[in-house]
Structure formats: structure tokens, C-alpha cells
Design a protein around this ligand. Structure first.
Ligand code: NAP
Length: 315
């Protein structure tokens, strides 16, 4: 029986682990398929306070992990396939069938990039299809790139990719963009960005040497065409990783965990959520780390018996 278990090892989960470990609560930290979270797929992080020259994402995450280990956090790699939160203590089932019992739980499973779900997409990830401009942009020096999406992420990725590409084509399924005006303006003013609006992607075309094109349907005329490209960057948002919870925790309509405002408390007493799994607004490493600290402090209070609450009625 553990006093506390943290699921997820991005900035929020590792910060929670550091605080719990320093409070002598010997947390078990379960890391899933993307150890270190989204920061391990980025290159330089320039906006995390304390690193005036910037720091590489993977190095930052390794540092956080070592810091948690130094104070006694225990790590285990596995998927959590099931969580029984219907009674205290809670039971988690790992993919090999191992059951873990814990008095409290911090969920920091983050959010994963959404895919289009079209033929040729999944099988060409790493061969020209990417969901991370900062990770893969470098490989497209002097090449043609397509960015799919009409939100702020797509604008940001397109703008960033013009550092490397000879041209960046923004493909969006509607004539209007969802992105904020300032982000739209930035892309529109960039001479390397060209536009294919009102086009729905229907297939990624690839040969032996990777991606060569994106087949799209013109939503106005119904006509199909192949847009030539060397790479397709999919920037259509993220999905919070909550499926293992099987509906036991209250989420919003997009699947993000709902927490009691100003805290990390979920609708289940003793279960806390932090990081991108409960935040689709800020989504920064530093805000995730901050909420990880809050989750550990909330959890500590709960374990000391000082937190008496039941706000589930209000959900
Ligand atoms: P988003 O705002 O949800 O936009 C997703 C875009 O992808 C939409 O334009 C959507 O089209 C399109 N899309 C979704 N599913 C699709 C599909 N199956 N096929 C084709 N297109 C599809 O997501 P986001 O851009 O990642 O932004 C998420 C949040 O983070 C927003 O609040 C955003 O403001 C914020 N953010 C801010 C910044 C910044 O300020 N620097 C940067 C990135 C993100 P429709 O428009 O037709 O639905």
C-alpha cells in the first residue's frame, strides 16, 4: 500500500513527486509511454525560469526526475490500464496485471497530439509526418512543408517552420481560421506561408523515401487534388489522456479533468489532477510544474486528515 501514487512524468508529475518525496511520503511515480512528457520531444526551452541560456527539454526533464529520486521517489514504467476509484484505498492495475493500492492519487497524464486519422498518416510518422515542429523542423531545411490546422498551434508551428522550409502551406478544412487575430496576422505577414483554406486532408501520399504529398478535398467544389510536399505537420490540438479513468472522474466536454477552481481537487476525495490533463488554456511547462506543486500540497493536507471536503455534489 502506497501513501501516494503519481501517474505521469511530465513537469507536473515530477514536481508533485519532488514535493511528496520531500514531505517523506515516498511516492510511487508511474511513467507511461512518453516518459518526461511533451518536453522530451522539444529542443531548447527558453522560457523556464532559472535557465538564462535556455535548457534542452530532455535535460530539464532528466534533472527533475533525478531531483525526485534523490528524495526517495520510486519510479515504475508501465501503462495504467485500469483505475478503481470507487472505494478507498484506490486500486490501479498495470498492463502486466500488477495491482497497486494507494491512499491518494495524483493524475498528471498530460495530453497527446491529435491525429487526422487518414490513410498514410500513422504509418509515415517519422518519415515525413510529424506532430512536433520544434522536434522535427530541423530535418526539413530547404524543403516544402504542409501544416494542417486552423488554430493557434497551427499558426505557431507554421511560423516556426519557415525558419527551415522553403515554403510552408497551411491547410485548413474551413474558410475561416480559429486562431487568434495576432497569430493569424503573424502567419499572413510571413512571405513563406501560403494558404489552402477550405481543404480537408484525406490521404498522406508517400513513396519509398517518405512523404511526397497530401491529398485534399476542396470543400466547396468537392474536387480532390494532391498538394506536393516533403512533410506534413499535424497541428490540430491535443487529447487529454484520461481514457483509463473510464468516466469515474468528472471531465469537461473535451475530456479535460475538472478541478475545484484554485485547487487540484477532483470530484473524488483523495484524487488530484495537475498539468495539461486539467489545463487546456495555459499548457506551459512552468504552469504544469506549478500545478504539480499544488497537487502535492493538496495531497499532503488530505493525507494528514486536514482536508475535509466534498465538492462532488456541486459538479
Ligand atoms: P484548437 O484551437 O482546438 O484548433 C484545432 C484546429 O484543428 C482547428 O482549426 C480545427 O478545425 C482543426 N481540426 C481539428 N480536428 C481536425 C480534423 N480531424 N481535420 C482537420 N482539421 C481539424 O487547438 P490548438 O490550435 O492546439 O490550440 C489549443 C489551445 O491552445 C487554444 O486555446 C489556443 O489558443 C492555445 N494555444 C495558444 C498558443 C499561443 O498563444 N502561443 C499557441 C498554441 C496553442 P476547426 O476550426 O474547423 O474546428
Amino acid at each position: 500500500m502506497y501513501k501516494s501514487v503519481v501517474i505521469g512524468t511530465g513537469p507536473s508529475g515530477l514536481t508533485a513527486a519532488i514535493y511528496l518525496a520531500r514531505a517523506n511520503l515516498s511516492p510511487l511515480v508511474i511513467e507511461g509511454p512518453e516518459p518526461g512528457g511533451q518536453l522530451t520531444t522539444t529542443t531548447e526551452v527558453e522560457n523556464f525560469p532559472g535557465f538564462p541560456q535556455g535548457i534542452m527539454g530532455p535535460e530539464l526533464m532528466l534533472n527533475m526526475r533525478q531531483q525526485a529520486e534523490r528524495f526517495g521517489a520510486e519510479f515504475r514504467s508501465s501503462w495504467v490500464v485500469k483505475a478503481d476509484l470507487s472505494k478507498h484505498p484506490f486500486t490501479l492495475t498495470l498492463e502486466n496485471g500488477t495491482e497497486i493500492v494507494t491512499e491518494s492519487l495524483i493524475i498528471s497524464t498530460g495530453a497527446s497530439a491529435r491525429l487526422l486519422g487518414i490513410p498514410g498518416e500513422k504509418e509515415n510518422i517519422g518519415r515525413g509526418v510529424s506532430t512536433c515542429a520544434t522536434c522535427d523542423g530541423f530535418f526539413f531545411r530547404g524543403k516544402k512543408i504542409i501544416v494542417v490546422g486552423g488554430g493557434d498551434s497551427a499558426m505557431e508551428e507554421a511560423h516556426f517552420l519557415t525558419r527551415f522550409a522553403s515554403e510552408v502551406r497551411l491547410v485548413h478544412r474551413r474558410p475561416e481560421l480559429r486562431a487568434s487575430k495576432i497569430m493569424q496576422d503573424r502567419s499572413r505577414e510571413n512571405p513563406k506561408v501560403i494558404w489552402s483554406l477550405n481543404r480537408a486532408p484525406i490521404e498522406v501520399i508517400a513513396g519509398d523515401r517518405g512523404v511526397t504529398g497530401l491529398k485534399v478535398r476542396n470543400n466547396e467544389t468537392g474536387e480532390e487534388e494532391i498538394l506536393e510536399t516533403d512533410g506534413v505537420f499535424v497541428a490540430i490540438g491535443h487529447n487529454p489522456n484520461t481514457s483509463f479513468l473510464d468516466g469515474q472522474i468528472t471531465t469537461d466536454e473535451q475530456g479535460y479533468i475538472v478541478v475545484d477552481p484554485g485547487t487540484t481537487r477532483t470530484n473524488i476525495v483523495g484524487v488530484f489532477a495537475c498539468g495539461d490533463v486539467q489545463d487546456h488554456q495555459y499548457r506551459q511547462a512552468i504552469t504544469a510544474a506549478g500545478s504539480g506543486c499544488m497537487a502535492a500540497l493538496d495531497c499532503e493536507k488530505y493525507l494528514e486528515g486536514k482536508m475535509v471536503y466534498d465538492w462532488s455534489q456541486s459538479l
